[in-house]
Design a protein around this ligand. Structure first.
Ligand code: SF4
Ligand code: SF4
Length: 312
């Protein structure tokens, strides 16, 4: 439902992105930090090195170069789910590209321009994007921008879980501080679809925090071999995992708007698997996957190669 905290932006590529926003006073940072620390010490979190390092780095603090910041602005911009057909060995293998990985043409400059036009139109205020290690999900839920689903994924009104989060610090003080109680998605009250859909049994009916050590994105977003206990059939996305989000009733409208991308032909897949890094191949893959930075990211290319190998 459109309200004063929502709008739409048109990207350079012609795509239209809905957005919603909320603010929190930076005076809430100590309380947010306490919540992270409590979660870290609760014993409920996965103890894998990758996740422990990630959690240990999280902080709610003002950067040294912006001690006068007064508010945190949180924005969710909608993005479509892409379905990509991999053509390989006479098969046609449909896989997901989760919404927050591809570049849909919405740049940081465009978003900042929209913020300056509609949310902070009074000139003279500083607005800095938050790029340090920051627990966006918790801030978004505490600001009322998002709600947690049983799968621990965030959901935003009108977008389901198909969006990207952005955070900014500003020295503008907003009249309203949107601090909210933690709230869960009402859909979850009578639903357990994601519990059954998760291919690695990471979601439990008995506890709210999922077992992140069994969550596929923890492994396929980083370099390295997959653990043996993840069956090949569990993989479903070019990167990340959509198994608990695709069948979720809170994503029904967004699933109906999923975009089918151009097929990836077998010749391209074979060249990728053979570690071909020719510019023509990377350009072709980059265009189909909407990942224009492939050429500049050899680390990501290694991850992509490993992930596609297990999908075909
Ligand atoms: S599938 Fe059901 S239980 Fe799981 S997040 Fe969606 S609504 Fe909640
Ligand atoms: S992202 Fe995948 S592995 Fe993680 S909880 Fe959801 S379905 Fe399970």
């Amino acid at each position: 439902m459109p309200d004063q905290y929502s709008g739409t932006i048109r990207s350079s590529a012609g795509s239209t992105h809905a957005y919603r926003w909320r603010t929190l006073s930076v005076d809430r940072f100590p309380a947010l930090q306490e919540e992270i620390d409590a979660l870290r010490h609760s014993g409920q979190l996965a103890q894998t090195p990758a996740f422990t390092n990630y959690m240990n780095d999280l902080s709610f603090r003002l950067p040294d170069n912006f001690p006068s910041a007064r508010s945190l602005l949180l924005i969710a911009t909608s993005a479509p789910l892409m379905i990509i057909n991999l053509r390989f060995a006479d098969r046609h293998i449909p896989v997901f590209m989760p919404p927050n990985y591809p570049f849909h043409g919405l740049t940081r400059a465009m978003l900042l321009e929209e913020i300056r036009r509609t949310i902070i139109p009074d000139s003279g205020h500083r607005v800095d994007r938050v790029d340090y290690h920051f627990f966006m999900k918790l801030a978004a839920v505490r600001s009322g921008l998002a709600q947690y689903g049983r799968n621990n994924i965030c959901y935003v009104e009108g977008m389901g879980s198909f969006f990207s989060f952005h955070a900014y610090l500003t020295d503008r003080v907003f009249e309203e501080d949107h601090w909210s109680d933690l709230s869960n998605l009402p859909f979850c009250n009578h639903c357990s679809i994601c519990i059954d859909a998760c291919p690695t049994s990471a979601i439990s009916p008995d506890r709210f925090v999922i077992d992140v050590s069994r969550c596929i994105p923890l492994y396929n977003e980083l370099d390295g071999d997959f653990p043996d206990w993840i069956p090949a059939r569990a993989h479903n996305s070019i990167i990340g995992c959509m198994a608990c989000q695709a069948p979720c009733p809170a994503n029904r409208d967004q699933m109906a708007m999923a975009v089918t991308a151009e097929d990836i032909p077998e010749a391209d897949i074979r060249r990728l698997l053979e570690a071909d890094v020719s510019p023509d191949l990377l350009q072709s893959l980059g265009e189909k996957l909407k990942m224009p930075y492939l050429e500049k990211s050899p680390e990501f290319l290694t991850i992509l190669r490993r992930n596609i190998r297990v999908l075909v």
